[in-house]
Design a protein around this ligand. Sequence first.
Ligand code: KIV
Length: 270
Amino acid sequence: MSQPSARKHITNTELLAMKVRGEKIVSLTAYDASFAHILDKAGVEMILVGDSLGMVVQGQSTTVPVTIEEMAYHSKLVSRGIERALLVTDMPFMSYPDPHSAVENAAVLMQQGHAHMVKLEGGQKILDSVEHLVNQGIPVCGHLGLLPQSVNQLGGYKVQGKEDAEANIIIHDAKCLQQAGASAIVVECIPASLAEKITQAVDIPIIGIGAGVNCDGQVLVSYDMLDITVGKRPKFSKNFMLEAGNVADAVGAYVSAVKNKTFPSQEHSF
Ligand code: KIV
């Protein structure tokens, strides 16, 4: 009997191999099939259905109101636009308060949203959930540094890990997430020097956003780098539409800039 035709997607082991080779991993967010198709064709290896959709698609002020059904819906749309990229989908606020709920909700993202991997925010507090997800065969991406789902607790969108004590906790959290079985970690809004230390301290890929050039890869909110986000663009993002005539060229310029380490520059780092 012939095998069903399986499209060849990037896998978590390929991301690991890229880290070993020192090849930068390129990631961007997408929320629908058309954008996902452009990103996939441009060579973006990891497409993230971020809960940032609460802000850039739904026009809300934080990611907190985003639901599991909305994440599954947008993940399903994105899955239809990609052939090669790894599809990572955010688990939204309060969808992983305990290991059992985490697995139940991650299953929704994988079965209805066709996610290949799910992303959760936090360190020590979510280790049991991460371990349980991995034990059930669900690949996990961690998220450390600025945790947008905890913005009400953090008192705003601020750079994290500037003090030694806080930096050491983030490094420790990264090691614990690796130990719990995470396949990758996003680090957001932390000093470049701290991101470099984390990248060296663990074997799994570290994907930075506002974390300097010395991470294993970079991710941005696509609407920020295409300059279509309403309001002020974050300091760590760059308007790639300025020199590009169209969306595909802007995404291509971002892919090249990450691969050849010209993005992020000092100007986009802390
Ligand atoms: O929700 C999102 O878009 C994210 C990125 C900021 C990494 O988590």
